[in-house]
Design a protein around this ligand. Structure first.
Ligand SMILES: *Cc1c(COP(=O)(O)O)cnc(C)c1O
Length: 431
C-alpha cells in the first residue's frame, strides 16, 4: 500500500476525468477517534448497572477531574457541548452589549453570543496564525463592549498575552473558545487557565470526544460554582433550592464514559496524529502554492488538524479545484469556516454588519483546506495524498483545461436536456 497513487502520472489519470480513484474507501476529515471499545463498553455497562445516567454521576465527576489535571486548571465544569458552554459562560459573566469575536472561526463562536441577544463584533485575524488580531481588537472596543473572545484555531493558541493586557486595561471579560485546544500549550503553560474562562469541545470530530460534550474551565471558584448552577437549571446543590436562572447544559454518563475512554488513549492519539502531520509536512514540502499550517513543536498540540492554504496564483489551481480533484480520488478534503462568520446569516443581511470588511478572513476562507489526518489515515495514505497534490499542481495547466472542457460539455448537455422539443432527448428518455 505504500505505493498508493504512484500509477498516476498525468492529469488524465485523475479520477475526476474518468480514471479509477486512488482510494477505494473515502478518507474523511475529522473521523471520530473511538479509543478502546472494550473499555468504553465496560464503562457503559457500569453506568447501566448503577442506573445512574446523568446529574453529576461518577463518570462526569471523574471526567471533570481528569480535565482539570490534564489542563492544570482548578475547575472544569462539564457541559453537553461547547456551544452551550459558551452560552452559559456568557450568562455567568453577565455579559451585555457587544462581544468582540474573530471572523474566521466556526460559526458557533459568534452564534452562541447572538443567541443570547448579544452583538458579536467581528475582528479580522492574523494571516499567519489565523487567530484574532489584538491590534484590531483594540480599535473595535466601544463603551458597549463587555468581552473579548479569542479562539485557539487549529489548537494554536491566539495571542493570549496581548489579549490579557487589553482586557485588563479596558476592564473587559476575556473568554477563550478552546474548542480545538484541549491538550495545547501557550508559552509552556497548558491552555485552560487563561482569561476568565476557556471552553473546550468534546464533539465527535474533535481530537478527544465525548460523543457530544464540552467543558468550561476556570481558576475562579466563584465563577465555577455559578457555572455549575446555571448548567443545572439554577439549582443550588441537591435539587430543591433554585437560586439563579439556569438552563440544562449537563453532560450525561455515557458521554463522560466515552470522554474518559479517549483520555485513556490521548497520548497514543497525539503520537499518531503527530506522525501523520509530520509526514504531510514532508510530503507537501516545496509544492508551489501549498502552505501547510505549522505547529510550534516546542509547545503541546494534538496535531489533530492538517490544514493547508492554497495560493491559486502559485499552485495554478484554486482551493476548490484542488479539492474537486482530491474528492474524486476519495480524499474528502474540506474547506473550513467558509465563507467566514461575517458572510453567514444572520450577520450577512443585518444592516449593522454592512460595513464589515475582513480581508484576511476572506482570503483564508478562499484558501484554507483541511486534509484527512490522524491515526485512521496513517502515514502511507498521507504519502499518497501528498503525491496526488504534487501531481495536481505539477499538471495544473492540463487539469485546468480539462476542467474547462468538462464545464463546456456540461453546458451543452444542459442545453439539450432543457430543450423540450429536442428529438434526441425524447428518444433517450424512452430507451
Ligand atoms: C466545534 C467548535 C465549537 C462548537 O463545539 P460543540 O461542542 O460542537 O458545540 C465551537 N467553536 C469552535 C472553534 C469549534 O471548532
Amino acid at each position: 500500500m505504500s505505493r498508493v497513487g504512484i500509477n498516476k502520472t498525468r492529469a488524465e489519470d485523475f479520477a475526476i476525468f474518468g480514471a479509477n480513484p486512488v482510494f477505494e474507501e473515502p478518507l474523511y476529515v475529522g473521523r471520530p477517534n473511538l479509543g478502546n471499545r472494550w473499555l468504553f463498553l465496560q464503562r457503559v455497562n457500569a453506568a447501566l448497572d448503577r442506573c445512574w445516567l446523568t446529574n453529576n454521576g461518577p463518570f462526569v465527576l471523574e471526567f471533570e477531574q481528569r480535565i482539570e489535571n490534564r489542563s492544570g486548571v482548578d475547575h472544569a465544569v462539564a457541559v453537553c457541548n461547547a456551544t452551550a458552554g459558551l452560552e452559559i459562560l456568557a450568562r455567568a459573566l453577565d455579559l451585555s452589549g457587544e462581544v468582540i469575536v474573530p471572523a474566521f472561526t466556526f460559526i458557533a463562536t459568534a452564534h452562541a453570543f447572538r443567541w443570547l441577544g448579544l452583538t458579536p463584533v467581528f475582528c479580522d485575524v492574523d494571516p499567519f496564525t489565523h487567530t484574532i488580531d489584538p491590534r484590531q481588537v483594540e480599535t473595535l472596543i466601544t463603551p458597549r463592549t463587555s468581552a473579548i473572545v479569542g479562539v485557539h484555531l487549529w489548537g494554536r493558541p491566539c495571542d493570549v498575552d496581548a489579549l490579557e493586557s487589553l482586557a485588563r486595561r479596558h476592564g473587559l471579560k476575556l473568554i477563550f473558545d478552546a474548542a480545538h485546544a484541549f491538550g495545547s500549550s501557550y508559552r509552556g503553560r497548558r491552555v485552560g487557565g487563561f482569561g476568565d474562562a476557556e471552553v473546550f469541545s468534546f464533539h465527535a470530530t474533535k481530537s478527544i470526544n465525548a460523543l457530544e460534550g464540552g467543558a468550561v474551565v476556570t481558576n475562579n471558584a466563584v465563577l465555577a460554582s455559578r457555572l455549575r448552577q446555571m448548567r443545572d437549571f439554577g439549582f443550588a446543590g441537591d435539587h430543591d433550592d433554585v437560586i439563579d436562572i439556569g438552563t440544562n447544559g449537563k453532560l450525561n454518563e455515557i458521554s463522560a464514559a466515552m470522554g474518559l475512554t479517549l483520555l485513556d488513549s490521548m497520548d497514543d492519539i497525539i503520537a499518531a496524529n503527530r506522525q501523520v502531520y509530520r509526514r504531510y509536512l514532508y510530503g507537501l514540502a516545496g509544492i508551489p502554492g501549498i502552505r501547510p499550517v505549522i505547529y510550534d513543536e516546542c509547545e503541546h498540540n494534538t496535531f489533530h488538524y492538517v490544514v493547508v492554504e492554497v495560493d491559486e496564483a502559485q499552485a495554478g489551481l484554486s482551493r476548490d479545484q484542488l479539492m474537486e480533484v482530491l474528492r474524486a480520488e476519495n480524499v474528502m478534503a474540506r474547506r473550513y469556516f467558509y465563507p467566514g462568520c461575517h458572510r453567514a446569516e444572520p450577520y450577512r443581511s443585518d444592516p449593522r454588519y454592512a460595513n464589515v470588511v475582513m480581508p484576511v478572513a476572506d482570503k483564508l476562507a478562499q484558501r484554507v483546506m483541511a486534509l484527512p489526518a490522524g491515526g485512521s489515515v496513517g502515514i502511507d495514505k498521507a504519502d499518497a495524498v501528498c503525491r496526488l497534490i504534487r501531481l495536481a499542481v505539477a499538471e495544473s495547466a492540463q487539469v485546468r483545461s480539462l476542467f474547462t472542457a468538462q464545464a463546456n460539455l456540461a453546458h451543452y448537455q444542459a442545453l439539450f436536456t432543457h430543450s423540450e422539443n429536442d428529438p434526441c432527448v425524447t428518444v433517450e428518455k424512452t430507451v
